[in-house]
Design a protein around this ligand. Structure first.
Ligand code: ZN
Length: 298
């Protein structure tokens, strides 16, 4: 799972770091260990849980490494009740980058799964096959197209090719809610405790994603006012920012589009550069200039 995070560090403890990424566990992870011990009896369950979380950690590391390679900062990797999260403090620069980062985690899990099954079959060690199963489940679960899971991020990124960021988020959240209802029904019929807890959390996370998409679009309008204004025509190399109705709202200066270089956009607003050339819905529209403008400087 991938989560853009702007929250506090309450209830989380750093347990070390991996490839330069701080690894944190949240209080809910300790709760999960306690539940596993009580519900499934003793240390075997705790061992399997720890094995699963080792696999989740490597999955998140896959996200984090690809994110870092694509210039997206990851503040930490957090382990909690429902698994892990590589916490990005910036947005990917394009929909394709978002897809690459989202797919990296499941790709790692599928590789570990193949490795586990393969080595398990060759050596006959049951533990290795178990690792294969655990990673297969992690990959499959994360690829469900339910935002904020990896599959949901891929779906949203694909949708932004046809619609604006906010509407794409809304559509992806609708799909996620179908899954939330499905989890609740399956959880009730099969008394699957974790699915029953996950269903309302997935629903609430959908609300949070909708809110976040809007907040980012709004923030983008506001920060767009801070860009150096340039004449739209000069060289034709600038990125033209046209927040819908923004000049009426601000009520000062000439009524013309705010124009900034892509460098400005990337420094001042992750979102503007993230979806360059795409409409941001209520936030306005980013119109891309000619390529090569990025090295012109602010
Ligand atoms: Zn993931």
């Amino acid at each position: 799972m991938l989560l853009p995070m702007f929250g506090s560090s309450l209830g989380r403890w750093r347990i070390g770091s991996l490839l330069g990424f701080p690894v944190e566990i949240s209080w809910s992870f300790l709760l999960l260990l306690a539940v596993a011990m009580l519900a499934f009896g003793g240390m075997t369950a705790v061992f399997v849980t720890l094995l699963a979380f080792g696999s989740v950690l490597l999955h998140e590391l896959g996200h984090a490494v690809v994110a870092r390679t694509l210039g997206v900062r990851v503040s930490s990797i957090e382990l909690g009740f429902f698994g892990g999260a590589a916490k990005m403090v910036e947005l990917p620069r394009s929909a394709n980058h978002e897809i690459a980062i989202a797919i990296a985690g499941p790709a790692v899990s599928l590789m570990l799964s193949g490795l586990g099954f393969g080595l398990g079959a060759v050596t006959g060690v049951a533990l290795l096959s178990l690792i294969g199963w655990i990673n297969l489940v992690i990959a499959g679960f994360n690829l469900l197209p339910a935002l904020p899971m990896d599959g949901g991020r891929i779906l949203r990124a694909l949708l932004t090719r046809r619609m604006d960021y906010v509407r794409a988020t809304d559509s992806a959240v609708k799909v996620a809610r179908v899954f939330a209802i499905g989890f609740a029904v399956v959880g009730l019929f099969f008394s699957a405790f974790q699915l029953l807890v996950l269903a309302p959390v997935l629903w609430m996370m959908g609300t949070q994603e909708r809110w976040m998409a809007r907040a980012l679009a709004e923030r983008y309008i506001r920060t767009a006012g801070g860009y150096a204004q340039r004449s739209a025509g000069r060289g034709g190399a600038e990125v033209e920012v046209l927040p819908r109705g923004a000049w009426e709202v601000r009520g000062r200066g000439p009524r013309r589009p705010v124009v900034a270089s892509p460098v400005h956009l990337e420094r001042r607003s992750g979102l503007a550069a993230s979806y360059r050339g795409r409409s941001l819905g209520r936030g306005g529209r980013v119109v891309a200039g000619r390529a090569g403008a990025a090295d012109r400087g602010p």
